[in-house]
Ligand binder design. Structure first.
Ligand SMILES: [Zn+2]
Length: 669
């Protein structure tokens, strides 16, 4: 009788092969890391002998689950920032922290922690996309877990590359070193169309083709990203990506939430696999991927957890269940995406989506021995029905939890037996993760203390200081300025007309500065909008000396184009208060006596000038009038509805002074 290494026997075996064959009680024979035979328990017992025979009575034996999309090292960022919009979460928190902390040892530890969690919940293969992917590969290989490791390439500096050329170089080296490894399949991962360029995507596609490795990319995760893409390139995302040659490679596209019918067909035509991430899409409110339609068309759709910072765990049972439930809910059709299909998405369909179904995804002779044993005798899964196999799939998808996985095997090696991890030191990993979380906490606490460092953390500004002198005068009418501009000794260099919409973010802390978000509509003489410019300005260290009817200012400012929406900045900075100021500005750059000046003639549209303010500003106040002035300021604050009078008083008064003087002159803004 031929001898094999291991026989797993006595459980209900769901092979997930093309015919969805099941054996109950069934058995699987394993030799040299591969499956030799699958059949009924009796049949296998009659054919093979083994030194290691594992009794699986009362259990299900199924292929190891395949997580089609994750960012494994992000276990270390789990719970860092939640309940935020994707852009605020990613650009405001995750990326700055990554820039500060992500190093090879961080990725190694995060991946080991992820592997412990994955093994425990029955995942034996994951498709990863992160930085220092070599450390991810190393940590997964050491844990004995199979991984497709996609090295991220971005158009901007990342934790492991200053430029995209460097990123591509890293990816190439990594692929060369790891190609052919028994557990690790290296890959290239251009992050997403909105974080890459046409050139970069072309280079990544060529790299993938050159080494015949997979290409992993995020596609159409949010409606905003898709809208922006259409505005920028004048076409949907998939045809554009196709134009860059990306679809020629073995592609797995994560998310695919906002695709139209033609895009789905293009993916199908090119054999692109889709990684559906229901938890992440729900948590970040990205929308509902048209999974039922994709399956109808014949696309290979796997399920993924996405990164554990946006999920927040790596439990594939939950993902498979959500995939089924969401599809039903969205289509108002309870027969949509049945349990068997959901389990397939977590196994064989996932393998197809990752282009590795030749080796894994089902229990079939010749495939790698990646399998798990799931306890079916738990209180939340009892009883069980045997009338047809669908009852088994329903039990697995709708009732089984990650913690029900009893044993896990990858490539014929046991990674967990009787819920005990065999390749990882769980307590040490947990202690180390806690230590890193404390460091990240300290970093964020320090950053939150200063608006400037928070601003710098999102990479908005170079610390460019502008010093300026401003003189502001209140005018009853504009004719005096117009007369002045008509004089021969004044040369008008560049007149312009604009509408300015300013939002001041105020902070409830005397040390904090204020941030101005300005949208400038540049108008032509017909008052048609020619251009819209957005700028973000940190106004701080105001050193101000006030004279009778004018103000001399010397201030340092941090100023940059506002690349994100006003909404982003509001949610990111969380100001204590906001003030909106709208005005129409006629701006003249003039040369007088060899010096450049700017004369701004402003007409205030919002807020309306309160009479009490005009009174404050139109008088020269003597020391004896201090009481009256304080009284007027008090009235002004009431009018402006200042909530925190004491702490914000100074801010408002200063702002009011700036705002309510409708004419500024002098270089600068
Ligand atoms: Zn992702």
């Amino acid at each position: 009788m031929p001898e094999v290494d291991i026989i797993v026997t006595g459980g209900a075996v769901a092979t997930m092969d093309a015919g969805f064959e099941t054996f109950d009680p069934g058995a699987v024979a394993v030799l040299n890391g591969s499956i030799v035979a699958v059949g009924s328990a009796d049949q296998i017992a009659a054919t093979y002998s083994a030194g290691d025979i594992v009794d699986c009575t009362g259990c299900a034996v199924i292929p190891g689950l395949i997580n089609a999309h994750t960012h494994a090292p992000m276990t270390l960022l789990r719970g860092l920032a939640d309940d935020l919009r994707l852009d605020v979460w990613l650009m405001g928190y995750v990326m700055p922290v990554e820039q500060e902390f992500v190093r090879p040892d961080f990725c190694w530890l995060g991946t080991q922690l992820a592997c412990a969690e994955m093994i425990r919940s029955g995942t034996t293969c994951f498709a990863d996309m992160y930085y220092y992917e070599e450390a991810v590969a190393d940590a997964a290989a050491e844990a004995g877990v199979r991984a497709i490791c996609g090295e991220t390439v971005l158009k901007f500096p990342s934790p492991d590359a200053q430029s995209y050329d460097e990123g591509l170089g890293y990816a190439r080296d990594f692929i060369q070193r790891w190609k052919g490894h028994p557990l690790i399949m290296p890959a290239v991962a251009p992050h997403a169309p909105y974080t890459t360029t046409a050139d970069l995507l072309q280079a990544c596609a060529q790299l993938a083709l050159e080494f015949d490795v997979p290409l992993h990319i995020h596609i159409a995760e949010t409606a905003q990203e898709v809208e922006d893409h259409r505005a920028e390139y004048g076409m949907p995302m998939v045809p554009w990506v196709q134009e860059q040659g990306v679809l020629e490679a073995k592609v797995t596209a994560a998310h695919c939430v906002h695709l139209d019918e033609r895009e789905m067909r293009a993916l199908l035509q090119h054999g692109v696999g889709v990684a559906h991430n229901p938890s992440s899409n729900l948590k970040l409110a990205s929308g509902f991927a048209p999974v039922a339609r994709m399956l109808e068309l014949g696309l290979s759709v796997g399920v993924g957890t996405d990164g554990p910072a946006s999920n927040n765990d790596l439990d594939m049972w939950e993902e498979a269940r959500l995939a089924a439930l969401l599809s039903k809910g969205v289509s108002s059709n309870p027969t949509a995406l049945p349990a068997r299909r959901a389990l397939a998405m977590a196994t064989i369909d996932g393998a197809r989506a990752l282009h590795v179904d030749e080796f894994i995804g089902s229990l079939e002779p010749g495939k790698r021995a990646d399998l798990i044993v799931v306890d079916r005798q738990r209180v939340h899964t009892m009883p069980k029905f045997a009338r047809n196999a669908d009852a088994l799939y329903a039990q697995l998808v709708y009732a089984t939890k990650g913690g029900d996985v009893r044993d896990a095997m990858c490539q014929g090696r046991w990674l967990m037996r009787e819920r005990r991890l065999l390749t990882l030191d769980e307590p040490a990993l947990m202690a180390e993760a806690a230590r890193i979380a404390r460091k990240i906490d300290a970093f964020l606490i320090q950053r939150e203390e200063s608006v400037l460092s928070k601003l710098l953390a999102v990479g908005e500004v170079a610390q460019k200081k502008t010093f300026e002198v401003q003189v502001k005068i209140l005018l009853e009418d504009a004719s005096s300025v117009e007369d002045l501009l008509g004089r021969p000794e004044i040369e008008i260099v560049k007149p312009s007309l604009r509408r300015q919409y300013d939002t001041y973010f105020l902070f409830d802390d005397p040390y904090h500065s204020r941030i101005r978000y300005r949208e400038d509509e540049v108008l032509d003489e017909e008052m048609e909008v020619q251009d819209v410019l957005s700028r973000l300005t940190l106004i701080s260290e105001v050193k101000e000396r006030e004279y009778a009817k004018s103000v001399l200012l010397s201030r340092s400012r941090f100023d940059a184009p506002a690349v994100r929406s006003q909404r982003f900045y509001r949610e990111y900075f969380k100001p204590a208060n906001e003030i909106e100021v709208y005005k129409e500005r006629r701006r003249y750059r003039v040369r007088y006596g060899g010096t450049d000046f700017a004369i701004n003639l402003d007409r205030l549209m919002k807020p309306e000038l309160p009479g009490v303010f005009l009174e404050i500003k139109s008088r020269t106040w003597s020391r004896q009038d201090a009481e009256r002035k304080a009284e007027l300021i008090g009235q002004l604050l009431d009018l402006l509805q200042v909530p925190e009078r004491d702490s914000l008083k100074q801010e408002y008064v200063e702002l009011a002074m700036e705002v309510e003087r409708p004419v500024e002159t002098g270089p600068g803004s």
